[in-house]
Design a protein around this ligand. Structure first.
Ligand code: ADA
Length: 570
């Protein structure tokens, strides 16, 4: 399942989810021994899933092969993968289709002239990290591997629509949207073809065009501009969405969009010209029973839990989340921060300057923007998290990504999360200053540590001339083991966590420069084996709830405050 609505009513789409054959390849001999010609010894696993939930594979990091036998009526087929963790190489009937790098975005391969009958799709999956990988070896989440989101095969006929983005600007009074659809087309026929194109919003055709594309070629087409009057804006808790249907002579693509405007003005974040305060949480799309192959039913529950808590925003820490989750956010009217997995202290200075890493990161941004562009809930693009932003290599990387996202990312704010408040040199490449700080946990206990820190930091922003950028507390928190109760200040107990989160939320809410907070974190989650002693149970335990979504005291403490802030805002 990729979207929560039907994407095609004309194009034939068949799910390949379900039972696949699987074989691990610890010596990485599969390519040499031509495993793409058929797996000799294998057993059945579910797709999507992570292999770590298989008996005996919890800690397996390496290469594994997947194979699916399927039937088709033949023609030009497009194989679409929701996400493969982390590098994928794909063959059809033993012939290579291509590769993809990066575990959290979709990709596809088009194969013309596939004969009717039975075929074999083989996928080599590699979840190892190395000096060229994103993330790098040390990361504060679990190294899951596998085909973690759904797989489909589509039958393409004539000129087809592969993707679309609806670029728009809103009039100053926000009542009129001037819209320009941009379509990526592919001609599945052997010879050049022409087609009429139409673009409908809420069932009404708003613009038309035509295209002529050579056989087997791709084309990008921009349709004539049109205006939507009396726009019903998407807003927090107001899920005004417009359905999109694009047609060619032989194909269609359905999508959704919402119109809203976000900007920074006079030190505040304005959504639809009204100030917003982020009442957010950081959420890993992870569950110990499913890893990153996160079930739809639980996505729905996570959103309900966020709404019940009084949240208006979620940060998808630290990678693009599943499309269906982002669809649900659109429908819930929750703001979303979407980022790529360039994560933190695992990123050495060498990695930041490594051209392979830098270009892989740019490609991840490209894919995130391409596949998530139309979601109104995404107000923030996140470039990276806690890298060494005091270094020239991080400066160059930030400049590259910031310029790309500003030029191509639509009406959104571009941010990164910094843990180097005193000597960060990249502030010019963000629209909001996002700070990850852990007073009360890593940095020890001092009653007024947060107050002092904010006062010092705000002074520094004035000296540097960046005081017009709102500050967002993008991470703060402390760990508690669910069920561990004791006096207030005892480490790992629920009372301590609740007390500290409450104090932070009150302080940030009252602070004139702080535009909101994202608590670290919504749920406990399994973390990598190297994390060691600071990660009791092998989990990052800073969740407001445990990994099974059972609230700790801090959930109720945050709920009380977030709900009160929401009331105040009204
Ligand atoms: C960092 C990081 C998070 C998590 C957190 C923690 O801020 O961005 O992913 O590791 O620290 O719990 O220490």
């Amino acid at each position: 399942m990729a979207r929560i609505f039907e994407e095609h009513t004309v194009r034939r789409v068949t799910s390949l989810d379900g039972a696949w054959r699987f074989c691990k390849d610890p010596s990485d001999m599969g390519v040499k021994d031509a495993w793409f010609d058929g797996l000799q010894s294998s057993y059945t696993v579910a797709v999507p899933s992570v292999w770590n939930t298989e008996r005996g594979l919890l800690t397996y990091e390496g290469v594994a092969w997947y194979e699916k036998i399927f039937h088709t009526a033949g023609g030009c087929l497009r194989f679409c993968f929701g996400a493969v963790m982390t590098a994928a190489e794909v063959w059809l009937d033993g012939k290579p289709l291509g590769t993809h790098y990066g575990g959290f975005t979709q990709f596809d391969f088009i194969v013309p002239n596939v004969a009717a009958g039975e075929h074999r799709l083989s996928v080599r999956v590699d979840n190892r990290f190395d000096k060229d990988s994103i993330p790098q070896t040390w990361v504060d989440w679990y190294h899951y591997g596998g085909i973690v989101r759904g797989v489909t095969v589509e039958t393409l006929e004539g000129i087809c629509i592969l993707s679309n983005r609806l670029e728009y600007t809103l009039s100053d009074d926000l009542t009129t949207a001037t819209c320009t659809p941009v379509l990526e087309l592919y001609n599945a026929a052997e010879k050049e073809e022409s087609t009429a194109l139409s673009f409908a919003l809420n069932g009404e055709v708003r613009t038309r065009g035509d295209a002529c594309v050579s056989g087997g070629a791709y084309a990008t087409v921009t349709l004539p501009r049109f205006a939507v009057n009396d726009v019903r804006l998407w807003d927090i808790g107001v899920a005004n969405l417009y359905s999109i249907r694009i047609t060619t002579d032989s194909d269609d693509l359905c999508d959704r969009v919402g119109f809203r405007h976000v900007e920074v003005k006079n030190g505040a974040v304005l959504l639809n010209k009204k100030p917003v305060e982020f009442r957010g949480v950081n959420r890993h799309e992870e569950h110990p029973e499913f890893g990153f192959a996160f079930p739809f039913s639980l996505m729905k529950r996570d959103i309900d839990l966020a709404l019940e808590m009084g949240c208006n925003a979620i940060r998808g820490s630290h990678y693009p989340n599943a499309q269906e989750f982002v669809d649900l956010l659109d429908e819930a009217g929750l703001m979303f921060w979407s980022e790529i997995p360039i994560w933190g202290c695992g990123f050495s200075d060498e990695a930041l300057a490594n051209p392979t890493v830098v270009s892989r990161g740019l490609q991840m941004h490209r894919e995130m923007v391409k596949y998530y562009y139309n979601h109104p809930c995404i107000l923030l693009w996140g470039m990276h998290n806690e890298i060494h932003t005091q270094t020239p290599a991080a400066y160059d990387m930030s400049k590259l990504y910031y310029e790309f996202l500003k030029a191509n990312g639509g009406n959104r704010l571009v941010v990164y999360a910094s843990c180097h408040p005193d000597n960060d040199i990249c502030w010019e490449f963000c629209d909001l200053i996002c700070l990850n700080q852990y007073f009360g946990w890593y940095y020890g206990y001092e009653d007024d540590a947060w107050e002092k820190f904010l006062a010092r930091f705000c002074r520094m922003t004035e000296e540097k001339g960046i005081a017009d950028k709102p500050i967002v507390m993008s991470e703060f928190g402390c760990a508690a083991i669910a069920g561990c109760h004791d006096d207030e200040n005892i480490l790992w107990c629920e009372e301590n966590q609740a007390k500290q989160i409450s104090a932070c939320l009150k302080l940030f809410h009252a602070h004139p420069r702080v535009a909101g907070s994202f608590i670290w974190q919504f749920f406990d989650m399994r973390t990598c084996l190297e994390a060691g002693l600071n990660r009791a149970r092998g989990f990052n335990n800073k969740g407001l709830m445990n990994e099974y979504r059972k609230p700790k005291l801090a959930y109720y403490a945050a709920q009380k405050l977030y709900r009160a802030f929401a009331e105040e805002h009204l």
